[in-house]
Write a protein that binds this ligand. Structure first.
Ligand code: NAI
Ligand code: MG
Length: 360
């Protein structure tokens, strides 16, 4: 659509979140400036996070969700700081947004970039590239349970943390995974559970997977237990394409995948509300990295890769691909931040990304 202005809410959050979101905005604005007026971005920044919590006692404003609801997309950094317990900061902002806006599919590509020597590189000359699709609305992160249910006192406390699996929740994320597989070179979906040990929710998951798979006879399938899949990520990743898993399992597997690709700082993610009733949210997989925050050395590639997913969602696949190529050209040229064994700062990498937008 020519002359379109996309209204984006930026929520940098805590720690390196602010540094990498700023980098992503710079790259997106450069892309818009080069679009000959085809599109641009109108940014609104929300200063929510742990510092906001210290000032106000809340992770986000009370009417925060209402204020976010009308944006075309949300661009998120990371949340969490030692001043606020992690379960408070995560539930008070990021999980609150994901759950309220029914962002039920969390899409996390694992991308091996040229010039980055990940642990699998030496052993393998295959093109490695797969996507983890994470069920993002229920499962182990449904928030069901409680502490001290039986009224036991100190020392005798009990806690229950239940997982919730619904047929509807399983089916929609699996159909998303199968539709995604149809757009890829290798049409395959690997379903991950621990249904040998978790005999209720995960057996339902397996049943729904078999039923949905029957509607996609052109897509290869397999069901793998999560521990075996962790080993597969390391030992035989070349036959992965789309990996669909529950909330917790996919969370862990996608961190493993990005570490294998070279660093957690590379990993991008989209929290999608595929029906588009609510805005979707795009964020790097990593957290606020307090150990390196404020030093200008955070790797912005995960945040910029998330910006590419944002462009795709806005119906701009050509621009998304251009951003992906700029990322690959940057790493191929050896402009690597510290987590990838280089010396480039966040600003150096961002400048190289902007330069390489001109390549294509
Ligand atoms: P983390 O992802 O913040 O850091 C893990 C390791 O990766 C650290 O050594 C860090 O320096 C490194 N790292 C992370 N991002 C990087 C980047 N862009 N460039 C270079 N190195 C990078 O995870 P951690 O330390 O477990 O958690 C720190 C805080 O972040 C906690 O409060 C946690 O709750 C929060 N967190 C928030 C998430 C989110 O907002 N989506 C996700 C994960 C953690
Ligand atoms: Mg995680």
């Amino acid at each position: 659509t020519p002359g379109q202005t996309y209204r984006i809410a930026a929520i940098p959050g805590d720690g390196v979140g602010a540094e990498v979101v700023a980098a992503g905005r710079t790259v997106l604005d450069a892309l818009a400036a080069d679009s000959a007026g085809a599109f641009d971005f109108a940014w609104t920044e929300f200063p929510w996070g742990c510092a906001h919590h210290e000032r106000t006692g809340r992770m986000m404003d009370e009417d925060g969700l209402d204020r976010l609801a009308d944006f075309d997309a949300l661009y998120f950094g990371a949340v969490g700081w030692p001043t606020v317990p992690d379960h408070v900061s995560l539930w008070g902002l990021r999980l609150r947004i994901c759950q309220s806006f029914d962002q039920w599919a969390n899409v996390r590509p694992v991308r091996f970039l040229p010039g980055v020597r990940g642990p699998l590189r030496a052993a393998d000359e295959h093109e490695l590239d797969w996507v983890v699709v994470r069920e993002n609305s229920e499962g182990e992160y449904a928030g069901l349970g409680g502490r001290n249910l039986a009224g036991r006192g100190p020392g005798g406390e009990v806690a229950v943390q239940s997982a919730l699996f619904t047929e509807v929740g399983c089916e929609r994320v699996m159909r998303y995974a199968f539709d995604l597989a149809r757009t890829r070179r290798h049409r395959k979906v690997s379903s991950v559970t621990k249904s040998n040990a978790q005999q209720y929710g995960m057996v339902l998951w397996d049943d729904v997977f078999r039923r949905v798979a029957a509607d996609y006879p052109d897509v290869e399938t397999e069901s793998v237990l999560v521990d075996a899949m962790a080993a597969r990520f390391v030992l035989r990743p070349q036959d992965l394409s789309v990996v669909v898993a529950s909330n917790l399992n996919a969370d862990i597997l996608s961190d493993l995948g990005s570490a294998l690709a070279g660093s957690l700082g590379l990993a991008a993610s989209a929290n999608l509300n595929p029906e588009r009733r609510f805005p979707s949210m795009f964020e790097p997989v990593h957290g606020s990295a307090p150990d390196i925050a404020g030093r200008g050395v955070a790797n912005p590639i995960g945040a910029v890769g998330s910006a590419a997913l944002l462009l795709d969602h806005l119906g701009r696949p050509a621009e998304a691909a251009r951003l992906e190529r700029a990322i690959a050209a940057t790493t191929a040229a050896g402009v690597l931040p510290r987590d990838l064994g280089g010396t480039a700062t966040t600003a150096d990498v961002t400048a190289a990304l902007v330069d390489h937008l001109g390549d294509a």
